[in-house]
Write a protein that binds this ligand. Structure first.
Ligand SMILES: [Zn+2]
Length: 260
């Protein structure tokens, strides 16, 4: 072991990077002045998915001084009754743009078709090119054990992009509709979203095309009906706060040495 002061400094720097700098709460609750400005990308299967899984965390990251992009895998083309794919996609893209504006994020579209998503080598290369062009330090995507194929495939593509990335980035999985869509989700990291939960739901309200008649006979939003409020409440109880979002941190590829 190098016992010079220079060697000790190097050891301390790499140790601190391994212990602390991959911590999501540190990134969220610290400031870009301390950690350097980071680029964060959230990948979601459909319009509203990135907001559902990370809509409370994103404004905290932006408040800390980081840049966030929401990358929509499909345009939610199947998501509006009585509309063609083209009509629905146009409406839902506008809803994404409005939601991103409220959160302070940038929207980005991969333009696959809702319900007809595919993975092949061409799509993998196209996805990698789009994601890597963002030069992300941290990426969030769906937990892959999910009931919806679009969620699964967007997650697999993101994992492939993570494994082959020329410049490594940290990867976190988020959950949607706990117990109904994301299965076997055991969080490694939590973010207290008590102060941003209202803003998250304001952004989700931009997805006005996703209103359905709820169990009480009143119009409600699909993401409300599938249990997101109780998910935030439950994760909040686990963390000991009013509301929280939960994540699973990917390990491997020497992530412990990745300096965020
Ligand atoms: Zn979805």
């Amino acid at each position: 072991m190098d016992k010079t002061s220079n060697g000790r400094r190097k050891f301390m720097k790499s140790s601190l990077a391994g212990v602390g700098l991959l911590s999501l709460p540190q990134l969220v609750y610290g400031s870009a002045e301390q950690s350097g400005k980071k680029k964060i990308v959230v990948v979601g299967g459909h319009p509203d998915d990135p907001e559902c899984g990370t809509g409370g965390t994103v404004p905290l990251l932006i408040k800390a001084g980081h840049e966030v992009t929401l990358l929509y895998f499909t345009n939610g083309d199947e998501g509006i009754e009585d509309k063609t794919h083209e009509e629905a996609a146009a409406i839902r893209k506008k809803e994404c743009e409005a939601a991103c504006k409220i959160l302070g994020a940038k929207p980005l579209f991969f333009n696959q078709i809702d319900g007809e998503s595919v993975i092949n080598n061409l799509e993998m290369a196209r996805f990698q090119k789009l994601l890597w062009a963002e030069k992300p330090h941290v990426v969030f995507c769906h937990w892959p054990i999910d009931s919806h194929k679009d969620h699964q495939l967007s997650s697999v593509l993101t994992m492939q992009a993570w494994m082959e990335a020329p410049v490594p980035f940290a990867l976190y999985f988020y959950e949607v509709c706990m117990g109904y869509q994301s299965f076997l989700f055991h969080p490694t990291d939590y973010v207290d979203i008590s102060e941003t939960q209202a803003l998250k739901w304001k952004a989700l309200a931009c997805h006005a095309s996703q209103k359905i008649i709820g169990a009480d006979g009143k119009y409600t939003q699909m993401m409300h009906d599938c249990g997101h409020p109780s998910m935030e409440d439950f994760r909040g109880k686990e963390l000991g706060v009013q509301a929280a979002e939960a994540f699973i941190r990917m390990t491997g590829r020497g992530m412990g040495k990745l300096i965020l």
